[in-house]
Design a protein around this ligand. Sequence first.
Ligand code: SF4
Length: 65
Amino acid sequence: MDITIDRERCVGAGMCALTAPEVYDQDEEEGLAVVLTTALPPHQAGKARLAAALCPAGAITVHDT
Ligand code: SF4
């Protein structure tokens, strides 16, 4: 799984970190999203995709690898 975050679009809403805290976090300086890991078991992969769908800025792109 490949996950990218467009930090130019991210508005720091934090929905991703709330939805899939194992996958996303927000950096301390700007509050923008970061990806913690892309080595995900199936149930976390689903949450990673859900977080991408819920992101209000459309900043997360998830690709299967
Ligand atoms: S949900 Fe989207 S806008 Fe909010 S912190 Fe995550 S990537 Fe950024």
